[in-house]
Design a binder for this molecule. Structure first.
Ligand SMILES: N[C@@H](CCC(=O)N[C@@H](CS)C(=O)NCC(=O)O)C(=O)O
Length: 209
């Protein structure tokens, strides 16, 4: 197996997942800043031109972090990061998708429509997409609503999807750090449940991945 990787939030999600599982997969660097994801070699493996991407020994390529984590969880069930029962799994995936749609996409909307580095790259993928400056402010508003929603959830639950640390927490950690870093949108001080959760999950050794 080979993992195609870059220091960006989606590949980080997978690196944290691997660290929690104690798995070490050889990595291939894809330099997004140089546009290597758009080159013919990578595109032949992943026409969506995104990382992370997992290449199996028979040449099968899996893109999309959730799909890769589902596959690795089936191969290495311990410790469970996608639940131990069908209901737990469904709840974890539900929260993961919510974090993806409302959190990751909001911060990405800000970054990709604001930064000159993303000129004509407002969406990932092979097609050039022009920036829409108005989406920066909308993305900021969406991110604040998202932070408040996650704070409300963490007031009633120790971890995002229930009483244990799961892939949903990994996703939220990567989004909060993405928002605070690239998006310059730290979690507001009054959202104390979200901040306390962030401190707890950041203290896990896997958070350094
Ligand atoms: N839903 C995908 C999202 C992957 C994604 O957007 N990756 C970004 C890095 S965080 C990327 O590869 N961007 C390529 C580009 O900007 O051209 C997943 O979960 O893997």
């Amino acid at each position: 197996m080979r993992l195609y990787d870059y220091p960006a939030p989606s590949p980080r999600r997978l690196r944290i997942f691997l660290a929690e599982k104690g798995l070490d997969i050889p990595r291939v660097a894809v330099d997004l800043a140089k546009g290597e994801q758009l080159g013919p070699e990578f595109r032949a493996r992943n026409p969506r031109c995104t990382v992370p991407m997992l290449e199996l020994d028979d040449g099968t390529c899996l893109s999309d972090c959730l799909a890769i984590c589902e596959y690795l969880e089936a191969l290495h069930p311990e410790p469970p990061l996608l639940g131990a029962t069908p209901l737990e799994r469904a709840q974890i995936v539900m929260w993961y998708q919510r974090i993806d749609a409302d959190g990751f996409n909001a911060v990405a909307e800000v970054m990709r429509n604001a930064s000159p580095a993303f000129k004509d790259r407002a969406l990932p993928g092979p097609e050039p997409t022009p920036q829409i400056p108005a989406l920066v402010e909308r993305g900021r508003q969406r991110a604040q609503v998202f932070y408040r929603d996650m704070n409300a959830r963490l007031m009633e639950s120790e971890y995002v999807a229930g009483p244990t640390y799961t892939l949903a927490d990994i996703h939220l950690l990567s989004v909060v750090d993405f928002g605070a870093g690239w998006g310059r949108m730290p979690v507001p001080a009054e959202l104390t449940a979200l901040l306390a959760w962030h401190q707890r999950v950041s203290a896990r050794p896997s958070a350094k991945a």
